[in-house]
Design a protein around this ligand. Structure first.
Ligand code: HEM
Ligand code: HEM
Length: 179
């Protein structure tokens, strides 16, 4: 039940995909809101809140990849062409890499504030800072922003691909990841 089988994702993979999905949506929407609309006095709290969620995504993605390396993924549904299979592989790899990249850059950015962001993993585990000093603050903001929006764009493509499978190919791909 926990493990993947040849025709469906196991409970562990489905749960981690579902939690990751919700966290990424929150991070992108809240990240955009806090940089555009949060009041200057409330901003440090919002940034710390965002960072805690970002650390959770980093942990979850590491767990997900570790779990993924333990068992084979389900086989592609019948009728999947070789180019569709390659595109899916490329897209999924891109999602993993952009998620990890965005989260690690955010973590580096956290140490470059004049007062480093005091955010905790899961609300209580303090995180060591992996970068200090303010010289890379602006470049890190730019690269974190670029990665975050590239991730959001790739998630959109990923959702469109899932809808294509659901409504045009009708091959059950959507169902095997959600229930
Ligand atoms: C995959 C995880 C993450 C996603 C999807 C994400 C997404 C975003 C987005 C969409 C923004 C707004 C960009 C804009 O201005 O348009 C943002 C800003 C920011 N993020 Fe993240 N983030 C993630 C992880 C993290 C982590 C782990 C930290 C810190 C530990 C962090 C710290 C920040 C900070 C400080 C800003 C504000 C930058 C500024 O002042 O403009 N983020 N993030
Ligand atoms: C409403 C949003 C989403 C939908 C409908 C959706 C749908 C799906 C479906 C149906 C699959 C299974 C593909 C297969 O069986 O071959 C899948 C896999 C995957 N999804 Fe999503 N997804 C969504 C959001 C996300 C988000 C936000 C991420 C985060 C980065 C993500 C990352 C992945 C990855 C990495 C895989 C491949 C799993 C693996 O091979 O290890 N998805 N998704």
């Amino acid at each position: 039940m926990l493990n993947n089988s040849p025709d469906r994702w196991g409970l562990a993979a489905r749960l981690m995909h579902g939690i990751g999905l919700v966290l990424i949506f929150i991070l992108v929407i809240h990240g955009w809101w806090m940089t555009q609309f949060a009041s200057p006095s409330g901003r440090p709290d919002q940034y710390a809140w965002h960072a805690s969620f970002g650390y959770a995504v980093l942990l979850l993605t590491a767990l997900r990849l570790a779990w993924r390396s333990q068992g084979a993924a389900p086989l592609p549904p019948e009728g999947t062409t070789k180019s569709e299979r390659n595109l899916a592989w490329l897209g999924h790899m891109g999602l993993y890499l952009l998620t990890l990249g965005t989260a690690v850059q955010g973590w580096a950015l956290a140490g470059t504030f004049s007062t480093p962001l005091d955010a905790r993993l899961l609300g209580f585990i303090p995180m060591p800072m992996i970068m200090s000093g303010q010289s890379l603050h602006e470049p890190l903001i730019r690269i974190h922003t670029l990665f975050a929006w590239s991730l959001a764009a790739l998630v959109l493509v990923h959702i469109l691909a899932a809808l294509y499978h659901q409504f045009f190919k009708k091959d059950g791909l959507f169902r095997r990841m959600f229930w």
